[in-house]
Design a protein around this ligand. Structure first.
Ligand SMILES: [Zn+2]
Length: 270
């Protein structure tokens, strides 16, 4: 399942082919993904110029010079295929640029979505309204987390997964960031020390940035025929490592928290 770093890498990869380009042709090959494609999508995009690409939480943004933004979500299995050699069964949306680049949004399981939103109303688009700050943005500071955690009895891990507290953080990244900041995942958020929070905010940014950098190392492949944007494996320190040794001498443990697997080191995380 694509997480924030995969979406960020996808957006950066797409930017190389779309930014500044006019969209010459748009094909919508089925009526819906998780929900119907917006009516008039083809008309809205044909002839439009892409001014910029961006990301909010796990959504990719394609801004156009017509004051509208295509907002896509990759769901469980979505990926953009760059310059595909030949069409594939699940290429549901295909964009062809004025200079001949072809980009296909492929989504076999169709949990993804494509929406068309007025660019100046993105902040009030329902899925974005309640989102907290971007983890890689300047708003996510120790001070912000201190305020968000203050007086909260809820365990810190599910709180960090709450999109209203921080936008777009997934299970893997929360496990890894808590490990780096040496915070017990089930510690009541209000009891996490100021010192630990001072480590947590940069740890969240670091795990995401390292993953994006890893994904970025595959970017050189984007220019090749049938290059694909979307997935890469990173070396996790605790995630998926139950029973394996931690450098501290302890062993990585796992428990289920709010229906999700939490990986942690009971020796280092207090
Ligand atoms: Zn340890």
């Amino acid at each position: 399942m694509p997480e924030l770093p995969e979406v960020e890498t996808t957006v950066r990869g797409l930017a190389r082919f779309l930014e500044g380009e006019r969209i010459a042709r748009v094909s919508v090959n089925r009526p819906d993904l998780r929900r119907p494609f917006p009516p008039g999508l083809v008309q809205a995009l044909t002839g439009a110029r892409v001014t910029a690409l961006g990301r909010r939480a796990k959504y990719g943004l394609i801004h156009t010079d017509r004051g509208q933004t295509v907002v896509f979500h990759l769901g469980m299995s979505g990926r953009w295929r760059i310059e595909p050699e030949k069409p594939e069964k699940h290429d549901h949306l295909v964009l062809e640029t004025g200079s001949g680049h072809v980009l296909a949004l492929n989504d076999a399981r169709r949990f993804g979505s494509v929406d068309l939103v007025d660019s100046d109303a993105l902040g009030s688009w329902p899925p974005f309204v309640a989102l907290g700050p971007e983890p890689l943005g300047p708003e996510l500071t120790p001070k912000y987390l201190e305020k968000a955690f203050k007086g909260r009895a809820a365990p810190v891990k599910p709180l960090l997964l709450d999109q209203r507290i921080v936008a777009g953080l997934g299970n893997i990244y929360v496990c890894e960031a808590l490990y780096r900041a040496r915070i017990r995942p089930d510690k009541p958020a209000g009891e996490v020390s100021r010192k630990a929070i001072a480590l947590l905010a940069p740890a969240i940014k670091a795990v995401l940035e390292e993953s994006i950098a890893k994904g970025g190392s595959t970017i050189r492949d984007y220019a090749q025929p049938s290059g694909e944007l979307g997935y890469f494996a990173a070396a996790w320190r605790v995630y998926g490592r139950e029973g394996q040794p931690c450098p501290c001498g302890g062993k990585v443990a796992r428990f289920v928290q709010g229906g999700r697997s939490t990986f942690w080191c009971p020796e280092c995380q207090k």
